[in-house]
Design a protein around this ligand. Structure first.
Ligand SMILES: Nc1ncnc2c1ncn2[C@@H]1O[C@H](COP(=O)(O)OP(=O)(O)OP(=O)(O)O)[C@@H](O)[C@H]1O
Length: 268
């Protein structure tokens, strides 16, 4: 008999996608896609190139309107939310895009201040102090706050993008390929930072990645995009038993074996 955990012990869902469909003209990217994300977990979203990982992220945060389906985030139906509800919701999540998506004419501190400017009645000196705190939390040296994005390395720009995503103390952060373009040492430092922030702040992390080392090092669960939907979700260990050509190739290939040998594993 299946044992059902009492409601108080069941993980709280912070994102629920049901029957999601995304298409561009006649090109269907997602069809009848379902996905749940639990509070406090780090979920890695993987899939072949063009399977729609970024489109999925964009449709959750409201940058891409799905053709069908529902998107529920923190209990709010995103697609039918009023402007006011959406604004309230956006204050509870942060997004870090691949290149950091920083404003080039603003310093790092000023970039991090941008979301804080929406907080009514926040004293400018407090805003600056909060921005400096987020810069430090993202692992940047204090002087980085005065620099312009063009003066930073790629890894530092990513950290600056993360600092901005953390500006409003979000409950969820969305990270689009955070380690792409980083050298292996920079990438593992970024992995460690994500893990530390998630565990210490109870952050839920929705992480699009191709990086097997990242999956091994930080992800509690993995969701595989294939055949226009989330084909399977589970731990890295569970992925090894999935009988699907792409999943087998990805999780059993030479790169996967190297990552498995190299990385400390965050889950069983
Ligand atoms: N604005 C757009 N207009 C038309 N087609 C788009 C648009 N955005 C994405 N697509 C298409 O949707 C598909 C999925 O794109 P997406 O960027 O989400 O893939 P991905 O899984 O993130 O790929 P990669 O791993 O290469 O980054 C691709 O075929 C892409 O060309």
């Amino acid at each position: 008999m299946t044992q059902v955990a009492p409601a108080s012990l069941q993980p709280e869902l912070v994102i629920g996608l049901r029957g999601l469909r995304n298409q561009f003209g006649s090109h269907v990217v997602h069809d009848n896609l379902d996905l749940d994300v639990r509070r406090g977990e780090i979920l890695g979203v993987v899939g072949g190139s063009g399977t729609g990982k970024s489109v999925l992220l964009r449709s959750i945060v409201g940058l891409q309107r799905p053709a069908a389906g529902t998107v529920t985030v923190l209990g709010t139906d995103v697609l039918s939310a009023s402007e006011e509800e959406r604004k309230a919701l956006e204050a509870r999540w942060g997004v870090m895009f691949q290149d950091g998506a920083l404003f080039s004419s603003l310093t790092v501190r000023e970039n991090v201040e941008v979301p804080l400017r929406a907080v009514p009645g926040l004293d400018p000196a407090v805003r600056v102090a909060l921005a400096d705190l987020k810069v430090a939390m993202a692992g940047l040296p204090p002087l980085a706050g005065d620099k312009y994005p063009s003066e930073l390395s790629g890894g530092m720009r990513k950290r600056a993008g993360l600092a901005r995503a953390l500006a409003l103390d979000p409950e969820i952060v969305f990270l689009d390929e955070p380690t792409a373009g980083l050298d292996p040492i920079g990438a593992s430092a970024f992995d460690a930072l994500i893990l530390r922030l998630s565990r210490s702040m109870g952050l839920t992390v929705f992480l699009v990645t191709h990086d097997l080392d990242t999956l091994h090092a930080v992800c509690d669960r993995v969701a595989v995009l294939a055949e226009k939907k989330v084909l399977v979700t589970g731990t890295m260990r569970e992925m090894l038993d999935v009988d699907h050509p792409w999943v087998r190739e990805y999780f059993h290939g030479p790169r996967a074996r190297a990552a498995l040998g190299a990385a400390p594993i965050a889950q069983d």
